[in-house]
Design a protein around this ligand. Structure first.
Ligand code: ACO
Length: 398
């Protein structure tokens, strides 16, 4: 390990970083130049690390600063860990741990109270205090049975749009949507070109480019698989219920399409708007966003709660220094948090508290699974406090 050094990435490192990450993430390699340029434009200069073995790069990690909506509607700047890769030649020698130790210190120094990530595997990040916090249903919709209960409006405001129109309209629509959903991740300006660009490596020879549907209060993009006659929704954002239904009326009535595939929030209203609830078949449940609370008092004070009350949490943390006893006093939905010596009502790990944070996992279920201990009354209160009015949905993979 002594020959291994860690330092911020320099401009000259990027071609090698792209080669290494393409190998690690099983992406097509080499990545075309235009895609490398697009990716590079998304990365901040001051938040990237490489590990070198002599003069070769053998590991990389970075983070974005990403706004995330928390229950109650406040937007919190989070540290979004991403592009973590360790060369197959150097795996399981502690490089991920070493990079994360540095990232954690950076996040703390920058004053972030929350870190987030989209995980390649579900067994890696709990040891660092991350818990799965946002889930999505992967669904297949059968257009032949997907009839809406109410007639279509005469004046549907959904239209096909060009990439240029979409580029102009999406940022505003997306920001308006993000304010309505806990867990929604805001997209930095530098991300839009690559989201709309529809680059070739995201499709195979049978798959169409992106088709864009636009509404004053929403949009959707999808691709068609010409051999399977399926459509896969790439992005779906609706600020209003009307936009949601108007867009889905179009997407569920695409001629010659036998199945529409999409990831939906777990509380999406679509099945209930249809005459046949089985038209929306849930094929899987995925853990789309992991959260780690970095500063317990700050993070817990940022969100709004579903029930008032007083509870003492005994938080465990085997990775860093978040362990301790925290008193949570909620009044009119707002919390005051203090360190306390009072007896604990419930005991839970920092990863479990992080899973609860956005309201996407119920305290009751975690207690049933043995991940929270405490008497039934305390668990009921914890459950009621951490509920959110809507299931969280992040909407962006990074
Ligand atoms: C946020 C993101 O970017 S998610 C993407 C993560 N990257 C990938 O999946 C790309 C392919 N994989 C890799 O590049 C690497 O295998 C990594 C990054 C997952 C792991 O890197 P390594 O340097 O091998 O991990 P490191 O040796 O530091 O292990 C740290 C701990 O995590 C554990 N661990 C590492 N990888 C895994 C895994 N895939 N599954 C379960 N546990 C794992 C190790 O056993 C070790 O446990 P311990 O310290 O508690 O005993």
């Amino acid at each position: 390990m002594t020959s291994l050094t860690m330092s911020p990435a320099t401009d000259a490192d990027w071609p090698e970083i792209f080669r290494m990450d393409a190998r690690a993430f099983a992406l097509p390699a080499p990545l075309p130049d235009e895609e490398q340029i697009e990716f590079r434009a998304k990365f901040p200069d001051d938040a990237t690390y490489v590990v070198r073995d002599a003069d070769r790069i053998v590991a990389f990690s970075m983070y974005f600063v990403l706004p995330m909506t928390v229950p109650g509607g406040r937007e919190v700047a989070t540290a979004g860990l991403s592009w973590v890769s360790v060369a197959a030649t150097h795996r399981r020698r502690g490089l991920l741990r070493r990079m994360l130790d540095t990232q954690f210190a950076d996040w703390r120094a920058a004053g972030h109270s929350l870190a987030i990530l989209t995980a390649s595997e579900a067994t890696i990040y709990e040891r660092f205090g991350f818990g799965p916090a946002v889930f999505a249903h992967s669904v297949h919709i059968d257009p032949s049975t997907a009839a809406f209960r109410t007639p279509a409006p005469d004046d549907s405001r959904v239209r096909y749009a060009t990439a240029d129109e979409v580029s102009t309209r999406l940022p505003d629509i997306h920001a308006r949507w993000a304010a309505t959903r806990p867990g929604a991740i805001g997209r930095p300006d530098a991300w839009w070109p690559s989201i709309v660009a529809d680059r070739g490596f995201r499709r195979n020879s049978q798959t169409s480019g992106l088709h864009y549907l636009l509404h004053d209060d929403g949009y959707a993009s999808y691709r068609i698989d010409a051999r399977e006659h399926t459509a896969t929704v790439d992005d779906f954002v609706a600020v209003t219920d009307q936009a949601h239904d108007d867009l889905w009326r179009v997407l569920t009535a695409l001629d010659l399409i036998t199945s529409v595939h999409v990831d939906l929030p777990v509380d999406d209203s679509l099945p209930h708007a249809l005459t046949d609830v089985r038209a929306v078949a849930v094929k899987g449940l995925s853990d789309v966003l992991w959260v780690s609370i970095l500063d317990v008092a700050d993070a817990l004070a940022s969100r709004v709660y579903g029930a008032d009350g007083v509870i003492v949490l005994e938080v465990g943390d085997a990775y860093s220094d978040r362990a301790g006893r925290y008193g949570l006093r909620v009044s009119d939905g707002d919390a005051a948090i203090t360190r306390t010596d009072a007896p604990a009502d419930v005991t839970l790990d920092i990863a479990v508290l992080s899973s609860l944070y956005l309201g996407g996992v119920a305290a009751r279920d975690l207690a049933t699974a043995g991940r929270i201990t405490g008497d039934a009354e305390a668990v009921r209160l914890l459950d009621a406090m951490f509920r959110a009015s809507r299931a969280p949905f992040s909407g962006t993979y990074f």
